[in-house]
Design a protein. Structure first.
Length: 336
């Protein structure tokens, strides 16, 4: 049972009036039986829900009953969207507002729902950044928050991966996205709508220019489209590899999900020792060589020849480095 779903049910009845169990189920994405159970739980929590039988009947709150979120500021109302995301809320400068909004939201709930919400909050925690990486420094994130909300232009100095690496742009910020602990700004410039890693912004100045966001622009839909386009541009080639049983087990911890899925879909046995052959997508020869070397002797590149040569050259260079005469125990290390 979800406390969030019960709150949604309460607000549905408050805003829609009388609703049938089937209509409630459709709005909440649950079965009709679950809708009946949720109404009963709402009643048990002390909410005066009245049932009216018959073809035109349904459930509705008693006349005059409303739950009010009193005294909530504009900042606290915005912060409600981050009530379950304390880390990102702090990044955006909304930590205090999130705490205040959560307290006011809980205070407005009936006792039963308040206790259920508190129990739910106590057993879930979000930690967005991935393992083995420190959170990025984003000193201009709060400035971009102001720019997005006020629809004001921003002049930035930005470091990108291709030459020229340092560029200046006037941006019209449309929104911010948190992806695996990394903040990205979606913004328009002279060349169109682009994505900018906030940690790569070297300098930013909030301008006086105002702009209008294109009608119908949807940040979530744009981001989904951007990810699909990025994936299609990212993998431009393919390679045939052989993997040992241990290599397959190590794959999820060392390779992108696209490679893991490709191995699962194309793997065929090449002997009785458990080795398999599969076709995987690749970005470039250099990138694929670096990625596959993580698996050591548990992988062999079959094709293309260019990647196989790159693997052999790299392994040969490593062998020469570690096989040089005069570098051994106690030599060249300062040990006695």
């Amino acid at each position: 049972m979800s406390a969030e779903r019960l709150l949604s049910l309460l607000l549905l009845l408050q805003t829609r009036g009388r609703m049938s169990a089937r209509a409630i189920a459709g709005e909440l994405g649950v079965s009709v039986r679950t809708a009946y159970r949720d109404v009963t739980r709402l009643q048990t929590a002390g909410v005066p829900v009245r049932a009216e039988p018959g073809p035109g009947g349904g459930y509705q709150l008693l006349d005059g009953y409303r739950t009010r979120l009193t005294g909530m500021s504009e900042g606290e109302a915005r912060a409600l969207f981050f009530a379950g995301l304390p880390g990102p809320a702090a990044d955006l400068g909304l930590a205090a507002e999130v705490t205040a909004a959560r307290l006011k939201l809980l205070a407005a709930l009936p006792t039963g729902l308040r206790e259920a919400a508190a129990r739910t909050a106590a057993v879930f925690h979000l930690d967005a950044p991935g393992w083995y990486r420190a959170p990025e420094e984003t000193p201009f994130l709060s400035l971009f928050v102001d720019a997005v909300l006020a629809r004001r232009a921003v002049d930035v100095r930005y470091r990108r991966w291709r030459a020229p690496q340092e560029v200046r742009r006037r941006l019209h910020p449309y929104g911010l996205v948190l992806k695996s602990g990394t903040w990205y700004l979606v913004a328009a410039s002279e060349s169109g709508v682009g994505t900018y890693r906030v940690a790569q912004v070297l300098d930013a100045v909030l301008g006086e220019e105002r702009f209008e966001q294109p009608r119908g622009f949807d940040l979530a839909a744009h981001w989904t489209s951007y990810l699909a386009d990025f994936a299609s541009r990212r993998f431009t080639g393919s390679a045939t590899i052989r993997l040992s049983p241990r290599g397959r087990r190590r794959l999820p911890d060392n390779m992108p999900p696209e490679v893991v899925r490709a191995v699962a879909a194309t793997a065929t046995a090449v002997g009785d020792d458990g080795w398999v052959e599969a076709v995987i997508p690749t970005e470039s020869t250099d990138h694929a060589c670096g990625e596959l070397l993580r698996l050591g002797t548990d992988v062999e590149v079959v094709a293309p020849a260019e990647l196989r040569r790159a693997m052999a050259d790299t392994v040969g260079a490593l062998a020469r480095t570690y096989g040089r005469a005069g570098v051994g125990a106690g030599e060249g290390t300062g040990e006695e």
